[in-house]
Design a protein around this ligand. Structure first.
Ligand SMILES: Cc1cc2nc3c(=O)[nH]c(=O)nc-3n(C[C@H](O)[C@H](O)[C@H](O)COP(=O)(O)OP(=O)(O)OC[C@H]3O[C@@H](n4cnc5c(N)ncnc54)[C@H](O)[C@@H]3O)c2cc1C
Length: 487
């Protein structure tokens, strides 16, 4: 094959945007639900119909079937990251164990959070079975692969850290190059860590099925209803206790007043008044190939449907789809000035080119295939990269998010926890270390933009330097980690 021909193919995609390939694959978007018909009151109002908002509604309705729960969604259920992600239902902890351990629960709290996140993978599978949701879920585990000596060293350090945090051989284990190749042939694969606690899913199928399950339970979802402002419950004059008024979610169709308003807006949060510097909308892009032919799959293997990521600083994440494609994602252009977001998932040509080259480098057998679809989305990153779940009865406000790219499973546990908090029920979830977790705000612009772009320039340079074969992590990456506060 002419290399130039190959390059050109990998710089373009047949489709770009349309929210994501996952929607096209499930046969397009479901019929739109109506907008909020006018001002109303509810027991609980949830802003955002992604996984966080929908899981909160699901468990709250289960706990208290009589509650009137209203979900307000700016676009449609699953429009955000929940309908665009890489489909890793992973038990990975969103954030740093050391940082969570500084909270009141200490080390035991972190061990508990790890344990509950592991159970979450099976909990999502359980609900899918119970609610008849076919999300192409296969629990094949997760492979973190090394393709350079420096990545390999990091894997070993990661394994040692995992053992220090109580993860045994049944939770994570090292695979040498031959054992890795027995599962999946990755060009230059030196070794991998394997964890069984991860499932491959089709995101749009999961979020659509969940939205329907929530509606069946009696929750009202209103689409094309952007919330313009969230107003806390005023305190009774002079007492500091909640007054008779309720919290409010304001929309162009009227306000919803409720005992609790729950914000589940993740990467879009910065657009709400007063929230500009709370969660940084980090951009992530994904490409998907056309279905590979049998000979390509014979070359690659990957019959176990593990999710696969590498250990680069600008890392990639991949899945084998139910219809025999490779979906591979990564950072692309990391951040848009002033917390901007994409237009319906259209990603930059540079991101398609970068991911195309990663795909071809790791899976040479896929070089023969077209890129069928490319898209992007935003995920919410807090300043310390650790997630928060919180609900305050006095203000009537709650929120969960800041999963920093690990929210597909974590949003299930976070939503379940929010439901407990809103219902006022103490459980094993409501004492987890991310409950009430607080962090600093992001720097104002243009520092925020310069910082994120500078950070990823350092990481790209570090990956480039490590590709030379050194077994040591590039000092550039360490500088980047220090700047970002990445654990
Ligand atoms: C490209 C990409 C790949 C990813 N891959 C993975 C992965 O493989 N595994 C993993 O664990 N995580 C992954 N993530 C992260 C994961 O998808 C998210 O953490 C998770 O989906 C967050 O769910 P959410 O409901 O909190 O947010 P979202 O799904 O973003 O939902 C927020 C919703 O709120 C709505 N909204 C926003 N503002 C308003 C408003 N003012 N009024 C009303 N509605 C509003 C939005 O329209 C949206 O529907 C990825 C993210 C992206 C973008």
């Amino acid at each position: 094959m002419d290399p130039a021909d190959g390059d050109t193919k990998f710089l373009t995609a047949e489709h770009n945007g349309d929210v994501s390939f996952w929607w096209r694959a499930r046969g397009g978007f479901p019929p739109r639900r109506p907008s909020l018909p006018g001002p109303t009151s509810a027991d609980v109002c949830i802003v955002g119909a992604g996984f966080t908002g929908l899981w909160t509604a699901y468990y709250l309705k289960q706990a208290e079937p009589s509650l009137r729960i209203v979900v307000l969604e700016a676009a449609f259920a699953g429009f955000g990251a929940s309908g665009r992600n890489g489909g890793w239902l992973t038990s990975a902890l969103p954030g740093s164990r050391d940082r969570y351990a500084r909270g009141a629960g200490g080390r035991d709290g972190v061990l508990d959070l790890q344990r509950q996140l592991r159970q979450t993978v099976d909990e999502v599978a359980r609900v899918c079975a119970a609610e008849g949701i076919d999300a192409d879920l296969v629990k094949g585990g997760e492979l973190a692969v090394a393709t350079t000596p420096a990545q390999h060293e990091r894997l070993r350090a990661e394994l040692a850290a995992d053992r220090g945090w109580g993860l045994g051989e049944e939770d994570v284990r090292y695979l040498g190059a031959a054992e890795l190749a027995g599962r999946v042939r990755i060009a230059g694969g030196l070794g991998a860590l394997y964890s069984p606690h991860c499932a491959r899913i089709q995101p749009a199928k999961l979020v659509t099925g969940l939205a329907r399950a929530v509606e069946r339970a009696g929750v009202e979802i209103y689409e094309a209803t952007p919330v313009t402002r969230i107003v806390p419950r005023p305190t009774a004059r002079g007492t500091g206790r909640p007054g008779p008024d309720m919290a409010r979610a304001c929309t162009m169709f009227g306000d919803v007043t409720a005992r609790f308003v729950v914000r589940a807006t993740e990467g879009f949060t910065a657009r709400l008044p007063g929230q500009r510097r709370q969660l940084l909308p980090m951009n992530s892009s994904v490409i998907v190939t056309e279905p590979l032919d049998d000979s390509a799959w014979r070359e690659i293997g990957w019959t176990g449907y593990e999710t696969i990521g590498d250990s680069a600083h600008v890392y990639m994440y991949a899945q084998r789809t139910a219809d025999g494609r490779i979906a591979i994602g990564g950072r692309g252009v990391p951040y848009r000035f002033a917390s901007g977001v994409d237009h319906r998932g259209v990603t930059q040509p540079a991101a398609i080119g970068t991911l195309g080259h990663v795909l071809r480098a790791l899976f040479p057998a896929a070089a023969r295939s077209r890129i069928d679809h490319a898209w992007c989305g935003v995920l919410g990153v807090p300043r310390d990269w650790c997630a928060t779940v919180t609900a305050d009865p006095a203000s009537g406000l709650g929120w969960a998010g800041g999963y920093a790219g690990h929210g597909v499973a974590a949003s299930n546990l976070a939503g379940h926890t929010l439901a407990d908090l809103v219902a006022g029920r103490p459980t094993a979830r409501t004492v987890l270390p991310w409950v009430g977790h607080r962090t600093h705000r992001w720097e104002p612009e243009p520092l925020r933009w310069a910082g994120v772009h500078g950070l990823y320039a350092l990481y790209r340079a570090a990956d480039h330097a490590e590709a030379g074969g050194s077994a040591r992590t590039s000092p550039l990456a360490r500088v980047g980690d220090r700047i970002s506060g990445i654990p």
